[in-house]
Design a protein. Structure first.
Length: 83
């Protein structure tokens, strides 16, 4: 029965290397699309009227910041800076 139990070392040795869920050849395209969408959302956020409700502001600000963040990570990945 003890032969059936894997130790941590056995599990480590049998491990599969981590690979990207998106092929590296698509990194520049993903970076371009996410940064573009983020800039459009940020632009729409910037031109809102003064009395816009907070919920409406957040519906543009949150996606803009998320898309710009993801876009900057994919920009780094596409030029070879693996963060």
């Amino acid at each position: 029965m003890s032969a059936m139990v894997n130790t941590n070392q056995d599990l480590w040795n049998e491990g599969i290397p981590v690979s990207a869920p998106i092929p590296p050849s698509l990194f520049p395209l993903v970076a371009y699309v996410t940064v573009s969408v983020g800039l459009v959302a940020a632009g729409l956020f910037a031109v809102q009227k003064r009395g816009t409700p907070l919920t409406e502001q957040l519906t543009l600000a949150l996606p803009a910041s998320i898309m710009l963040g993801v876009g900057s990570v994919f920009t780094f990945l596409s030029v070879g800076i693996y963060v």
